[in-house]
Design a protein around this ligand. Structure first.
Ligand code: ARG
Length: 459
């Protein structure tokens, strides 16, 4: 079969070149968007009197049939037709005859492919916002169930101060909330129409770009035709947003993996989300968070890959830009997989409250509070810090915790201690003392949950 662009050629394309340059094996994923864009384009050609109404109707009918065949898996794509755009155009011409060749009037594959990508990512953004909300809901659900669960809070992975487990989970709700906002914000840059830019300079036909934009639900059209066909910022932005989501998922994954270890035993992931070992019968492995952590690498890779493709490209379109697709599709699939699994995995996770409590009772994470107690008695904080440091050292030497010390033992380190310190040192008191906006006190965390829930409800 001859090429749609075969006119100026005297030789057949080398078979290997055909395979090397074709994108149909992956851009077939854009079939729906390609037809959607073509339908709007041809409708506009009719409205502008560029094509007669009957041709427009014939083309539309043909496009619908081609799309139906694609949906049913009946259309065989061919590498010699290079990409989804030419495969569809070829199928259209096969279906309705030479009139199908009028579809490409006033258009280039350069503005066509950019339009397809905008349409594609627009859908994905909506989908990912929904998935992030589901994950937030699952985290909030666990937070509500753990408003009385106290767990060591860490810095440097060393026990620092006790916190509510709910507070820890709500930190992730905030992170995913920013991810969600970033995606929503990117929508205004994705929802811009490139079509009408032609190959790079616009077109000689009296097209109506704003009409096409309106038909396709785009808020704006690209201001500059060169920019319209050269811009892949919107994909970079999506890949960057996806990278941050994966960063957050990966941090949470790491914690889930640690927490489900025998050393921690803070949580147990549901059997449905774990796998076993082919040799060690006792094993229950947290494969899902491990894989999410691992797959974060490829999502970063796709971002850096596209940035690198673009960094020295002269305007306008260059074939290099075809390399924007596989990484984007891969990132979409990777993110879909991770987010779809994470929400139910969090929702079904068992929280081992007793084990967390045991950990809290066996640490010095209440040391700051007892220093603050001395400050309340008028001791400068730096001196109080020194006193408590010595007290902790004594405890370590005696194999005791602060709450095990008698008042006499305390008084060896400062006369300012009195028996009120035992109340101050209770984990509940330590947590509730952090009663600042955004802090871990139960009142604050409950309010934070309330705010997060109303943000979700109004989204
Ligand atoms: N498959 C191409 C791509 O994804 C479509 C645009 C081709 N344009 C061209 N001038 N060869 O980039």
């Amino acid at each position: 079969m001859s090429k749609l662009w075969g006119g100026r050629f005297t030789k057949k394309t080398d078979q290997l070149v055909e395979e090397y340059t074709a994108s149909i094996l992956f851009d077939k994923e854009l079939a729906e968007e390609d037809v959607q864009g073509s339908l709007a384009h041809v409708t506009m050609l009719g409205k502008q009197g560029i094509l007669p109404a009957e041709d427009v109707e014939t083309i539309k009918g043909g496009l619908q049939r081609v799309l139906e065949r694609i949906r049913k898996g009946e259309l065989e794509f061919s590498v010699s037709d290079e990409d989804i755009h030419m495969n569809i155009e070829k199928a259209l011409i096969d279906d309705i005859g030479p009139v199908g060749g009028k579809l490409h009037t006033g258009r280039s594959r350069n503005d066509q492919v950019a339009t397809d990508m905008h349409l594609y990512l627009r859908k994905r953004v909506v989908e990912f916002v929904g998935l992030l909300q589901k994950l937030q809901e699952a985290l909030i659900g666990q937070a509500k169930a753990n408003l009385d669960t106290i767990v060591p809070g860490y810095t440097h992975l060393q026990r620092a101060q006790p916190i509510l487990f709910a507070h820890h989970l709500m930190a992730y709700v905030s992170m995913f909330g920013r991810d969600l906002e970033r995606l929503q914000d990117s929508y205004k840059r994705i929802n811009v129409l490139p079509l009408g830019a032609g190959a790079l300079a616009g077109t000689t036909f009296p097209i109506d770009r704003h009409f096409v934009a309106e038909q396709l639900g785009f808020d704006r059209v690209y201001e500059n035709s060169l920019d319209a066909v050269s811009d892949r910022d919107f994909i970079v932005e999506f890949l960057a947003n996806a990278s941050l989501i994966m960063t957050h998922l990966s941090r949470l994954s790491e914690e889930l993996i640690l927490w489900s270890s025998t050393e921690f035993r803070f949580v147990e992931l549901d059997d449905a989300f774990c796998t076993g070992s082919s040799i060690m019968p006792q094993k229950k492995n947290p494969d899902v968070p491990e894989l999410v952590r691992g797959k974060t690498g490829r999502v970063y890779g796709n971002l850096v890959g596209l940035l690198t493709v673009l960094k020295s490209l002269p305007l306008a379109y260059n074939k290099d830009m075809q390399e924007d697709k596989e990484g984007m599709f891969d990132t979409v699939r990777t993110l879909q997989g991770a987010l779809q699994l994470f929400a139910p995995m969090i929702a079904t996770m068992k929280v081992n409250k007793e084990q967390m409590r045991k950990a809290v009772n066996q640490d010095f994470s209440n040391a700051t509070d007892i220093a603050d107690f001395l400050v309340g008695k008028g001791l400068p904080f730096r001196q109080a810090h020194e006193v408590i440091g010595k007290t902790v050292l004594y405890c370590i030497q005696q194999d005791k915790y602060l709450l095990d010390l008698t008042l006499d033992e305390f008084k060896q380190f400062s006369e300012l201690f009195d028996d009120r310190i035992y109340a101050v040192l209770q984990p509940e008191a330590v947590v509730d003392a952090r009663n600042v906006y955004g802090g871990t006190a139960k009142k604050q965390v409950s309010e934070a949950i309330g705010r997060a829930e109303s943000a979700l409800a109004s989204a």
